[in-house]
Design a protein around this ligand. Sequence first.
Ligand SMILES: Cc1cc2nc3c(=O)[nH]c(=O)nc-3n(C[C@H](O)[C@H](O)[C@H](O)COP(=O)(O)OP(=O)(O)OC[C@H]3O[C@@H](n4cnc5c(N)ncnc54)[C@H](O)[C@@H]3O)c2cc1C
Length: 378
Amino acid sequence: MANVLIVGAGIIGLSAAWALRRDGHRVTVLEQGPIPNPVGTSVDQHRLIRRPYGTEVGYMRMITHAFAAWDAMWRDLGVSLLVRTGSLSLSVRDDDRQAESLRLLKDGGFPVEEMDARRLGECYPLIDPRGVRMAYLSPEGGVLLAERIVMALATWLAENGATLRAGAAVEAIDSDLGSVTLAGGERIESDLVLVAAGAWVGRLVPEMTLLVEPSRQVLAYVRLPDDLARAWATHPSLLSIGADHGFYLVPPVMAPDGTQTALKIGDHLFSRVGDAASDPRLPGEAETKAVYELARGRLRDLDRYVLDRGKVCFYTVDSRDGHETFRSVRLGQAAWAMSNCSGHGFKFAACLGEAFADMVAGRRSAGGFTRYAAGEVL
Ligand SMILES: Cc1cc2nc3c(=O)[nH]c(=O)nc-3n(C[C@H](O)[C@H](O)[C@H](O)COP(=O)(O)OP(=O)(O)OC[C@H]3O[C@@H](n4cnc5c(N)ncnc54)[C@H](O)[C@@H]3O)c2cc1C
């Protein structure tokens, strides 16, 4: 059994820790802040899981693995933290991502219900169908209760033999010896280090800055009158993403503890600016409003919605323009860095944690793991 050090207690580090503990490895997770860390990318009310994936056919197929791995995690945690809502894609141009996704969903034989703008308006009265070329429901999607998952995983790990150290900022790693040095000078040795440091990764592993870059993204949280809150509670998520627009909407859903999450609007277009270590997480009013306004013309009666607050959150995106690939890299003899983000990594955390554990156990090759994470092998 290996002794593995994981840097970062976001969903990527914790999911890898979960899969490694299931295989019986010794695991220590080092987190610079509290666990969960509210400025980490994984700590937000929700993240979407969806089957439509543009031209990324590998990730589209990998959703099957993602659901299976989450199910395995729910069995361990004793609770499901996924609310199945389906996802509704709105295509506004015949060359946008929704149109590509539809073609590949149909080729792959995945369930999908197509509709024209008239039927969209009839079936989904909260949506303004004007300007929509065609729409489709993929019934497989849902909302992952992100911060609850991070908390539940951290608790499970602590109860199942892993060591979690909050306030343990790693300052340096020796990727050949498999050791790390904490701020303050403490040195910790292991057989293998996994750097899962999210948008901070470039500070610890400078070579990763050639592959990924931080991208400051703004989210808009919205308050609803009771009738709209009830109507949205059973509504699929919305996606309308193209080369020049990145609108998505996460519906408010009921968590297992009976509390309802908020409705959230986001913009998937990458800003490619910012620094996760120093940028405040409160956006300016005007930029929050600009994200909120993406819903105008897409939702009916937007004037009945109330923009509540904004939040800044960091993507760590593939540096190559036009790519949204996860970059997993072997560093020296005894370390790896995993950057499963590009704005869509949460949904794959459980299955990529399993894939990493498979590699550590020799059930998967190093190259096979990197290609799998990049969505290339299926
Ligand atoms: C606005 C927004 C919307 C998104 N929507 C979706 C979605 O709908 N669906 C989806 O699947 N994904 C989505 N994502 C992407 C998803 O949230 C990320 O892929 C995922 O959370 C990344 O997790 P992580 O563990 O890599 O990073 P993080 O959660 O940021 O964790 C990294 C951790 O490492 C710690 N750390 C960093 N450096 C050090 C150090 N030197 N020493 C110790 N600890 C350190 C940090 O404090 C942090 O806690 C979204 C992201 C954003 C920002």
